[in-house]
Every structure is written in structure tokens, then in C-alpha cells.
Design a protein around this ligand. Structure first.
Ligand code: C5P
Length: 219
């Protein structure tokens, strides 16, 4: 039986990809399965936390005992997260939020064009950065996926987004990361600590992250 060491913690988790629609039937997205965020939500629930999970489209069933809010686009995810932010004491942003969305969304499905086509994109807001700007004593956890210069880039994000912890994933390593049940991550902490975890199931990665959330919570 899991120890209820997160009893009373109010945790907001995001998971999965976002979909950025071009027209009613086409969108830009990414292969995030949602597994890391769902593992965090389930592990925190089992340790006694109250959990709200804001999820992009995934094939995973809603975890029991967790309030699940389903969204599609980055803008919808932002709205859902900001609405619940005042309630939360800790936030883990495991969602793979699309960096860009089409500048215009067509109301009707566009007929196939003969010629070449240029798609204009505009940047999405950085949700986690916004949370970091009004941190208000909350514990903030981010994720970073990098293929090169991972440690430096992840540390930059930790500082720029005002986080307590960032989990760095290597996307170009075989058998880990996007869509896979296992992960190989390095945890970078605000106080300078660097914790390299061996390859392990996402549930175990979640437990290690929650150990650190517990340490920062109310400290
Ligand atoms: O800057 P980058 O996208 O690599 O940062 C990743 C972290 O920021 C993840 O925790 C992700 O959920 C979050 N993020 C966000 N809003 C965005 C992009 C990323 O909250 N628009």
C-alpha cells in the first residue's frame, strides 16, 4: 500500500498533445501519448493528493479518483489550467503543448488545392511561463524534450519559467520518451541539484518527481 504522504496536496497535472486545427477536420499535433502525465496523476492520487488532470486528446482511459478535464488546443488547455491554478498548490506540466497554431482556422473543410500552399503559423502562449510569472508559493514542475545540449537548455527553461524542477527527456534515445512506457530522465532542481535517473517505467519516474514535489511543498 502506498504511503499517503501527499495527503491534502492539491495537484494540477497536464498531459498529452494539443491539436491545432487548420479547418474542421485537419490539425497539427505531435505523438505524445499522455502516459507521463497520467502516471503522475495516478501516483499522486495513490499517495493521497487531490488531483485535477487537464488532458489533450489521448487513448488513455480517465484515471479513477481524478477530475479529468479534456481539451484539444493549446488555447483551451491554457484556459483550463489558468481556471484551476488558484486552487492548486503544485502544478506538473507534462503536456506536449504545440508551440504554434495556424494563423487562421477555416470554418469549412478546404478543397484540395492544385498548387503549392503556404501555412502561416502564430506562436501559442507559453502556459508554464505564465504560471511561473505568478508563482505565489506554488511548486512548479516542467518537462523538456531535447535532442542536443539538453542540460543547458533544460536549465535555461528551469530559470526562465521560474520552476522548482524540470525533467529532461532525451527524445532521440531508443525505447524511451514519446509514446513509450519507459523514460530516461534527468531531474534538474532549482537549488542546483541534478538527479540522473536510470531507465525506468514512467510510473517510477512519477514517484521520484513526487518525492521532490513533497520536499518543496510547504517548505
Ligand atoms: O519550452 P518548452 O516547450 O521546451 O518547455 C516545455 C515545458 O513547458 C513543458 O513542461 C510544457 O508542458 C510547457 N509548455 C507550456 N506551454 C507551451 C509550451 C510548453 O506550458 N506553449
Amino acid at each position: 500500500l502506498a504511503p499517503k504522504d501527499l495527503q491534502g496536496l492539491r495537484l494540477l497535472v497536464s498531459a498529452g498533445p494539443t491539436r491545432e486545427y487548420l479547418d474542421p477536420v485537419r490539425f497539427l499535433s505531435n505523438p505524445s501519448s499522455g502516459r507521463m502525465g497520467y502516471a503522475l496523476a495516478e501516483a499522486a492520487r495513490d499517495r493521497g493528493a487531490e488531483v485535477v488532470l487537464v488532458s489533450g486528446p489521448t487513448a488513455l482511459p480517465d484515471p479513477w479518483g481524478v477530475e479529468v478535464v479534456r481539451v484539444e488546443s493549446a488555447l483551451e488547455m491554457r484556459k483550463a489550467i489558468l481556471e484551476r491554478y488558484p486552487w492548486a498548490e503544485a502544478v506538473a506540466m507534462a503536456a506536449a503543448v504545440a508551440d504554434y497554431r495556424p494563423a487562421e482556422v477555416l470554418a469549412d473543410k478546404e478543397p484540395k488545392a492544385v498548387a503549392e500552399k503556404v501555412l502561416r503559423l502564430v506562436p501559442n502562449p507559453d502556459i508554464l511561463k505564465e504560471l511561473g510569472e505568478r508563482k505565489d508559493g506554488k511548486v512548479l514542475v516542467g518537462f523538456a524534450m531535447e535532442t542536443a545540449e539538453g542540460l543547458e537548455r533544460a536549465r535555461g527553461k528551469l530559470l526562465r519559467k521560474n520552476l522548482d524542477l524540470i525533467a529532461l527527456n532525451w527524445v532521440n534515445r531508443e525505447g524511451v520518451g514519446f509514446g513509450s512506457p519507459e523514460n530516461e530522465v534527468v531531474l534538474l532542481l532549482r537549488d542546483g541539484r541534478v538527479v540522473e535517473l536510470p531507465r525506468m517505467p514512467k510510473r517510477q519516474v512519477a514517484e521520484r518527481i513526487l518525492d521532490l514535489v513533497r520536499e518543496f511543498w510547504r517548505s
